[in-house]
Design a protein around this ligand. Sequence first.
Ligand code: SAH
Length: 200
Amino acid sequence: MRRSELVRRLDAIPPFPEPDPKLEQIATPAERAADLLFEALARGDLEGRTVADLGSGTGRLAVGAALLGARHVDAFEVDERAVRVARGLGVEGIDWHVADVGSVATDAETVLMNPPFGAQNRGADRPFWTVALARPRAVYAFALADSRTFIEAVAVERAARVEAHRPVPWTLGPTFRHHRKRSVALPVDLWVIRTEGATP
Ligand code: SAH
């Protein structure tokens, strides 16, 4: 599938009906989702692979993975309303689970995630990284630049290798009620981490 077609399909997925700031419910912009997905495709971590999407929201990363040829996708999301929207899309090859990431164990080969950035709720991103780096072989994720030291530390702890991290353009519209400014640019990085199933 061409990038432009993927972006069009992902853009058509509804964002959160009533975004909850505590859960940092911000749908991944379709262009950024495509960046992450094509990065995983190019590195051989998507086509024919088992994939997990942690904090799947209304499903943009999970759906993108299925469209690009993942063997199977498990999507985990704590908000039942968001899962309902995602299920309603009717895309095949995805199991949608209502679950708190803290109670999830996945042995998918590849994890894709746009977790809470920990901006509203400090540390909210941590259980995501713990699960992502436990068994899967490759992790593709977005994070605030502030989290760099933390992510590098967990990677070292897990004997995982940071294959790439680069800043990506990220504009946040006025998503939540407490947002007053029209939009703000956020310093967001795209991470690629390889664990090779590193945990003993
Ligand atoms: N991946 C989606 C949404 C990203 S926003 C997309 O690409 O559009 C972050 C998501 O993480 C939200 O859907 C939020 O509800 C979910 N989330 C936050 N805390 C969570 C937790 N503890 N367990 C599972 N999901 C959680």
